[in-house]
Design a protein around this ligand. Sequence first.
Ligand code: SF4
Ligand code: SF4
Length: 394
Amino acid sequence: MAPNCRGIDRREFLRLAAATPGLAFWSCEEEQSGTAAEVGMRYRPLGDTGLKVSEIAFGAHGVDNPPLMSAAVDAGINTFCTSGQYLDGLEEESLGRAMGKIGAGREELVIITGNRTRQGTSKQAVLDDIDASLRRLRTDYVDVYCTAEVRTPADFRVDALFEAIEVAKQAGKVSHLALSGHSGGMQACLNAAIDDGRFDMFFTKYDFISYPDQDRILERAGQRGIGTIVFKTNAGNRQKEVKDLEAGGLSFQQATWKWALTNPNVASVAVTLTNFDQIRECTAAVGSTLTRPEQGMLRRYRDEMTDKYCRFCGTCEASCPHDVAVAEVMRYAMYFKYYGREKEAMQLYRALPERCSAVTCASCPAPCAAGCPFGRGVHAELVEAHRLLTISGA
Ligand code: SF4
Ligand code: SF4
């Protein structure tokens, strides 16, 4: 079962919200001018790693498109994020093929990959996984290796991981170690990883609705030399549901990237790039600051989505007499409904142990519904999620 959220309940959320006027619009008190004119890519140091990453990173999720990758490199994007677990390694293979075709020197690129390691994973398994990634990526080294989908500190406190990374570093196969995840337990994980002192980078979900204390955590990470790349800045990607949100030529996506980059402790925003228009949109966003109309747009989205958007915090799971992994199920439903990644969402759902799926929800009185501090319609959402994620023919 997915872990419960640690460190945020309704009272804590409201306290933090009250202590953070505007809820994480913390750098926007002044009018920030700026246009969407293309100013060229900008780069930021990734903590103390010595790496300089483009403010937009290429989230290579499902991409098999060398011309697109080539266009991204031409636009100045030098950072590529993938994982050995995506599509059973096919994503790394695609990225490796593309890198071979576009002619960019390996040293010009920052490659970030990784996989899940858990208690019981052996040192040799981690080393084998690194070697498999290098083979698929057709490279001698990765700049950063992530232990991925971490949900609790126990998930990363795996001696074999650190021992393997030391061996891989000495062999020149891995330069830095990162922690990656997007569950509600991430805040506890990030704090514990800062104290642990062995991580060079965080790769984490970050948006303008969830986790108001995340800024403090990223600031602490920055003070310890840990660089942060963020993703899922769009808080559910449901802008079409907010009437006239993008009226007047505003772009919600651009505003979310710009918002994330207002945080000096964020080195880069990873965006899943699947077409050329997105590359143009990213390039236009970089270098232009968040305007007042964009701030207003994000506030409107936040206000309208506050009881609709699942933070994946897992708080409601404590009320479930079964083992339903509510946060995971909600995340897969989001991929299905709002990300256009139906098949992948269904695959992920199928991979859940049945006891963690929402199969029992339809016939349950749903004590979990009272357990969501954000007042979401948990029961109906779970029933719909199960229906969608098991639908045939998608
Ligand atoms: S509806 Fe029932 S089975 Fe489903 S998550 Fe809620 S409490 Fe658990
Ligand atoms: S439904 Fe509510 S409590 Fe449950 S994971 Fe989503 S936001 Fe958290």
